[in-house]
Design a protein around this ligand. Structure first.
Ligand SMILES: Cc1cc2nc3c(=O)[nH]c(=O)nc-3n(C[C@H](O)[C@H](O)[C@H](O)COP(=O)(O)O)c2cc1C
Length: 245
């Protein structure tokens, strides 16, 4: 085990930050890490927008509903899956936009964006900082796009709060390897055998210091997938120019 991996295994989302400021050097390092991720066909199809304006930050935090720490974290970035550069050069060369509208480039841009964000997360945690992804911006994805003046072929995927941790949650137990990893072929039997993991997660939620709850991983997933979440996202993607085909 090396220090990089040791840090990764200590990951917890941080939702409680001190007032300590993140320096310009730290921010530069975080952004450099994000920009150096792998990128499918080198398209680098993402943008990162730092939200420094207090009013804008508050409006975005209100959209999340569940994440008031967006207001308090020293730094807040929004990660945008972004094929607008490609759209611009295609338009400038009077080529067809059809290939860009397809699902495949959209998936590519989402993957590039997630890789950039996770690079930033690992870099931040290696510096003793805490992060939390903020997907609840998609509660009103169209409004986020409007507030940030996002052009076509862009998707505000999620935000990331970064700051110095005031308190940290206990580590959340991850699925054991048996539920996640196979060799040569998908192993439905092992992957769906969640009894041991449900027990571990129940134990975690019952015994955690803040907001103890009686729930298992299976219970949580049943609750999540009981109804369609954010049904407006597909409509928004179409408005941004994607065909979803
Ligand atoms: C794409 C993404 C979006 C997330 N959105 C939110 C969010 O809106 N608010 C929040 O408090 N946590 C959010 N999280 C954090 C997850 O809840 C957290 O990673 C998960 O519960 C596991 O806990 P841990 O990160 O502490 O191990 C998000 C995580 C990811 C990867």
């Amino acid at each position: 085990m090396n220090p990089t991996i040791e840090n990764m295994l200590q990951h917890v989302s941080v939702r409680d930050f001190t007032d300590q400021i993140i320096t310009k050097e730290q921010k530069d390092a975080l952004l450099a890490a994000a920009l150096h991720g792998s990128s499918s066909e080198f398209v680098q199809a993402f943008s990162i927008i730092e939200i420094t304006d207090k009013k804008l930050r508050n409006e975005l935090s209100d959209i999340t509903i569940s994440s008031p720490h967006v207001k308090k974290a020293d730094t807040f970035y929004i990660f945008v899956a972004d094929l607008h550069r490609q759209a611009t050069i295609i338009r400038n060369h009077e080529m067809s936009l059809e290939p860009l509208k397809n699902m495949e480039p959209m998936i590519v841009s989402i993957i590039d964006t997630a890789i950039a964000a996770q690079n930033m997360a690992v870099a931040a945690e290696s510096m003793g900082l805490g992060i939390c992804y903020i997907g609840s911006l998609r509660n009103n994805i169209a409004q986020v796009a409007k507030l940030l003046h996002l052009p076509d072929f862009t998707i505000p995927l999620f935000g990331m709060t970064v700051g110095v941790p005031e308190t940290k949650n206990q580590l959340k137990p991850r699925m054991p390897k048996e539920n996640h990893v196979a060799t040569n072929t998908y192993n439905a039997e092992n992957f769906n055998n969640l009894t041991v993991y449900d027990h571990a997660v129940k134990n975690y939620y019952l015994n955690r210091k803040t907001n103890p709850t009686d729930t298992s991983w299976t219970d949580k997933n049943l609750a999540i997938f009981r109804e369609v979440h954010r049904p407006d996202v597909a409509e928004f993607l179409k408005k941004q120019g994607f065909s979803l085909q």
